[in-house]
Design a protein around this ligand. Structure first.
Ligand SMILES: Cc1ncc(COP(=O)(O)O)c(C=O)c1O
Length: 379
């Protein structure tokens, strides 16, 4: 058998990692400004995280959701306290797409409506409802097309209201910060208007914090800059530092009915042990504050780079949009300067490092970025 070839790969294999550094099979060391696609929150191979998973798997890795799992309850209490959502309920699954899938379902169960409002440039995952609300026709298969969705421009309050006024909208889904769309930050005023409109027209407000949440923006959730409370919040990626897990945070206005949602693997013991360790480390090492401080430093430094058209970001979620295509810069960064970065479209480099990135590592990464820009300009 061979692998189904859906990923364009860089020809290197990462075999070891520690903190914000990764090593390839040839022994080369890289600074990780990509965090395995915004997944690594507390740093690679954190000793407390490794110990928590190791101890748990030796005791009990998995049992089904038909019996009490006190680790799920511990996680819910801990997450509620740290995120400021004590009064919300938690439903655990395995991925970001599943989190959005369940959020959209829950909203529709709640109000009996079908249509969803999503935004231009959005990405919400690849399963049926999640991909349907994603603004990319190339990844929506005919079997996904059934659910009615209207895409409106990010920031366009009037269009949102015009759609809501038709009376058939179940939910609105918006990213805390658009990631795949190129680190596009909805303004705080816009988020407040969405909150107000959702309340007025009785539309469920879902904020997708899968990439922007868990401290990445410099607050626990990016939407907290706007001081709003969505009806449903979805998370994944950083929640368990690479152990597959997703979650839906659900406002008290939703009534749980046995059987309405469910999963085999979601919330398993091992995933919960990983997620609890992540919250412990975030708190003990003040990683949200670190993301805010180091992110601010990076934004200041990156603003001085040549060829930058626009710099967008909050905390350690940063998009550097260049005038010219970035393919060569990114290859140079990786293979010559040994810095891992992400990408959004042809012109934007996406930085999504572990939240533990130090000032010195950020400084060194900017130095290497500057060198690769100089070399690219010279060649
Ligand atoms: C904002 C957002 N939502 C949803 C997803 C889907 O998450 P997953 O790949 O875990 O299904 C992603 C993944 O990149 C994302 O960035």
């Amino acid at each position: 058998m061979h692998l189904f070839d859906v990923y364009p790969l860089f020809d290197l294999e990462i075999v070891r990692a520690e903190g914000c550094r990764v090593w390839d099979a040839a022994g080369n060391e890289y600074i990780d400004l990509y965090g395995g696609h915004a997944v690594i929150s507390v740093g690679h191979s954190h000793p407390a995280y490794v110990a928590a998973i190791t101890e748990q798997v030796a005791k009990l890795g998995f049992y089904s959701n038909s019996v009490v799992n006190s680790l799920q309850q511990q996680l819910a209490v801990r997450l509620g306290r740290m995120s400021g959502y004590d009064d919300y309920a938690l439903f655990l699954i395995n991925t970001g797409a599943e989190a959005n899938e369940n959020a959209l379902k829950l909203a529709s169960f709640h109000n009996g409506k079908r249509r969803v409002i999503s935004f231009r440039g959005s990405f919400h995952g690849r399963t049926s409802a999640a991909v349907r609300v994603t603004d990319n026709p190339a990844i929506i298969a005919p079997v996904n097309e059934g659910m009615p969705v209207t895409y409106v421009p990010l920031g366009d309050t009037a269009s949102v209201e015009a759609e809501f006024a038709k009376g058939d909208v179940s939910s609105l889904i918006v990213e805390g910060v658009q990631g795949v769309g190129g680190i596009r930050i909805p303004s705080d005023d816009f988020m407040r208007s969405l909150r107000e409109l959702c309340t007025r027209y009785e539309v469920c407000m879902i904020v997708d914090e899968i990439q922007s949440g868990y401290g990445r923006s410099g607050k626990f959730f990016a939407h907290q800059y706007a001081g709003i409370r969505p009806d449903i919040i979805t998370v994944a990626k950083g929640i368990a530092n690479g152990f597959p897990m997703g979650a839906v945070l659900i406002s008290p206005m939703f009534k749980a009915v046995h059987g309405m949602l469910g999963t085999t693997f979601g919330g398993n013991h091992l995933a919960c042990a990983a997620a609890i360790a992540v919250l412990d480390i975030i708190e003990e090492e003040r990683l949200i504050e670190n993301a805010a401080t180091v992110g601010r430093y990076l934004l200041e430094e990156l603003a001085t780079l040549p060829g930058v058209k626009e710099l967008r970001g909050r905390g350690l979620m940063i998009g550097i949009e260049f005038e010219a295509p970035i393919k060569d810069i990114r290859r140079r960064l990786l293979f010559e300067q040994k810095v891992f970065t992400g990408v959004a479209g042809a012109h934007t480099i996406r930085l999504l490092p572990p939240l533990s990135l130090s000032h010195a590592e950020a400084q060194e990464a900017v130095r290497r970025l500057r060198s690769s820009l100089r070399l690219t300009a010279d060649s």
